[in-house]
Each structure stands twice: as C-alpha cells, then as structure tokens.
Design a protein around this ligand. Structure first.
Ligand SMILES: *Cc1c(COP(=O)(O)O)cnc(C)c1O
Length: 403
C-alpha cells in the first residue's frame, strides 16, 4: 500500500487543476503585477484580479475587500494587530477563545503585553463557544471578537452567524479564522455578519505561502493599521510584490472548493463515519473528541485509552495522521485544544486526529481501520495498565509509587 495521507488539516496537496492554472505565471507571464507600463505587468495584474474575484465569490464578498497575504498566520496577525492598532482609542478589549490556532492566540498574547485586555472564552466539552458567552463578554471598550469558524484539531464549528449578529448588534468588529472551514461549509460574510476573515490556499488544495484576508468595506468600513509597510501594494494594507502564481493558485483553489463542496462534503462525511464505525466495531475503550452535530465532514479525533498516541502513530507507519501530543524536542505537552475541552492529560496523549481530504479513498479508510485496530490491540496487549483495567482495577484510584 502506498503511504496514506490523513493529515489534510495540516496541509493538502496541490490539486493538479490548480497547478495547471499556476504554471503559465512562472514562465511566459512572469510579470510584476505592479508594473503599470508594459504588457507583462498588465497580464499579471489581470490574473491577480481574476483570482481576487474568485476568492471574493467563495465567501460572498466584493473583490475590493480581499487583501493578499502569505497565509493564515499572516492574515490573523494582520486582522488582529491591524484592528488593535487602529481602534486602540475606542477601546483595548478583545475577545477570543482558549482553543484558537496559535496564529490567533499568540498575537492576542502579544497585545496583552501592549496594554490590551483579552477575554479568553472557554469552549464547552465539544469545543463549541455558545453565543450567550460572547454576548456576556462584550463590554463598552470591546473592539474585536476573534473566533475561528472551524477548529483544526476537532472539526467543531462555532455558531458563526449568531455570533456575527451579536457583534453587529453591539457595534463590535468580528474576525473569523476560516482556514479550516472554507470549501468545507458554506461561508457568507454578509449573512453571517463577518467583518474580517482569513483563509489559506494550502488548506484548500492550493499552494503554500499564500492566502487572503477579507476586510469589510461598508457597514461598517473596517480600518486596519498595516503590519507590513513598503511600496503601498494592496491599497497600502499589505506591501510587497505579489506572489502572482501563488495568488492564481489560491483563486483557482477557491473556485474548485466552492464547486465541489456540496458533493465532496457528503462523500467525506461517509468516509469519516465509515472510519469511526470500523474502529468502534473492532475496538473497545475509544472515545470521540468533538461535536457530533456541528462539525466538519473531514475530521475525526479519537482517543484510544491505554495507548500512547505517539506509539500508535509509529505503529501505523505509512499512514500520516496527527497526535494529541505535540512531540517537540524537550516537552511532551499534550494538545492545548484537547486540554481546553477538558480531556485529561492521559487521554489527550492517546488521541489521534484523522483528517480526510479530496484524494482520500474508501480503500485507504479500510486499510487504516485494519492497521489502527491491529496496532492498538498489539500495544494494549503489552500494556500493564490495560491488563489492570481489564481485571477491573479502577486506575483513577491506584496509588502510584513515587521516588
Ligand atoms: C493552518 C492553519 C492556520 C495557519 O495557516 P498558514 O497559512 O499555514 O499560516 C491558521 N489557522 C488555522 C485554523 C489553521 O488550520
């Protein structure tokens, strides 16, 4: 079996149709989109504007409201720092959530060191923020609410339209990191009251290092202080020579994602359910992390009790997934997202995120079930904890000897 890729929430392969659209812009049409006085520049500019229309259409925005970025990390920084820089006189209070992506958490933490106050909302045990919590947290000095559309580890969806309506009602700007949601669920910035939105091409079968930020131009007009100054590209909001092939790829990817969403989300939900049913059929002591109702079709996060996530990943070598323990050099910290929804350290360490994608097949899912089941059985057979649990010992009551 070829390697199986079930880590599409980390990144996706470039769709061959996207690559095809990009290629001319590396070769003959290599112009600088800011070159105003020759055809090379005009051609590049035309391609960039077509892509801008494509991204705008995917979220029901106007193309004038799209700013090109290098991806969602930059987009989230540009949105959050941009609002903070421009509206500090109105207020210095920001609302976000403890299980956002680091690209939202870290700029917010940085703002805390700059005199801003951040309310860190806690999600429920499924990873969802309730609109009432947002409404309660808004104060007279609140300038921004930033909440992700869909969580990258759990797939849980927040009630975005309801949150947007509350923010509109209170005159607070609403930013959403839609990196995981675009192309998977319908997005409409008008209907959902979204003022700022960030997306990234490489999560939707486009190239890495390019993305877009939507910033509303009317009712209200969002003003942003740029984080990158330079030649005044993108109406001064984001200077730097545009990545024309990347932008063309981003536009093409957005169009494809939109076209295929309805059919693809049904197909992916079927495969995800097949995976979960297959695991449940053959394994006991596994738990689902996330929300069974409000969720992405492609994401399945599972804890395998008595099994170390990292060992499981090694055991299913050749199947690419993510585990709940970020195995960084020194620390073995379990996922802050799982901890944030109240999953204990041991269960967080035993969790695996399967994220399916456009190129995932039924055969790959069946193969994954087989390999995971075999590996979990094997690891449990070697685990003294599992043996004790099977004998009826309540592990939470065991007094472990310490040295
Ligand atoms: C991947 C991801 C990001 C970061 O996007 P880049 O384009 O890789 O910088 C931000 N937010 C979420 C939810 C993501 O999944």
């Amino acid at each position: 079996m070829k390697p199986v890729y079930l880590d599409n929430n980390a990144t996706t392969p470039v769709d061959p149709r996207v690559l095809e659209a990009m290629l001319p812009y590396f070769r003959g049409s290599f112009g600088n989109a800011a070159s105003r006085n020759h055809s090379f520049g005009w051609e590049a500019e035309k391609a960039v504007e077509t892509a801008r229309d494509q991204v705008a259409t995917a979220i029901n925005a106007n193309s004038k409201e799209i700013v090109w970025t290098s991806g969602s990390t930059e987009g989230n920084n540009a949105a959050i720092q941009g609002v903070a820089g421009m509206y500090a006189e109105k207020g210095k209070h920001i609302i976000t959530c403890t299980i956002e992506h680091k690209a939202v958490i870290d700029p917010c933490k940085w703002l805390e060191t700059q005199g801003f106050e951040v309310t860190w909302l806690e999600p429920d045990s499924t990873g969802r923020i309730h609109v009432e919590r947002v409404a309660e947290a808004i104060r007279a000095d609140t300038i921004l609410v930033s909440l992700m559309f869909a969580n990258n580890e759990l797939g849980t969806l927040h009630p975005i339209a309801e949150i947007g309506a509350v923010c509109k009602g209170k005159g607070v700007l609403f930013h959403t990191d839609a990196t995981q949601a675009l192309g998977k669920v319908p997005i409409d910035v008008e209907k959902m009251g979204i003022d700022l939105l960030t997306m990234s091409a490489h999560k939707i079968y486009g190239p890495k290092g390019v993305g877009a930020m939507y910033a509303r131009r009317r009712r209200p007009r969002v003003r942003l202080r740029p984080i990158i100054y330079g030649g005044g590209h993108e109406r001064g909001m984001r200077s730097g020579t545009l990545n024309v092939p990347g932008i063309v790829g981003c536009g093409a990817a957005a169009t494809l994602a939109l076209q295929e969403m309805a059919v693809e989300s049904v197909r992916l939900a079927g495969l995800r359910d097949r995976l979960w049913a297959g695991l449940r059929e053959h394994l006991t002591d596994i738990t689902f992390n996330g929300n069974t109702q409000h969720r992405l079709a492609n994401t399945l996060n599972v804890s395998f009790l008595y099994v170390e996530g990292e060992s499981l990943m090694m055991g299913i070598e050749g199947i690419a997934v993510s585990s709940g323990s970020a195995c960084t050099s020194a620390s073995l910290e379990p996922s802050y997202v799982l901890k944030g929804i109240g999953v204990g350290d041991d269960l967080a360490h035993s969790s695996i995120r399967f994220s399916l994608g456009r190129f995932t097949t039924e055969e790959e899912i069946d193969y994954t079930i087989e390999r995971v089941v075999k590996t979990v059985d094997h690891l449990r057979a070697m685990s003294p904890l599992y043996e004790m649990a099977q004998e009826g010992v309540d592990l939470s009551k065991v007094q472990w000897a310490t040295h």
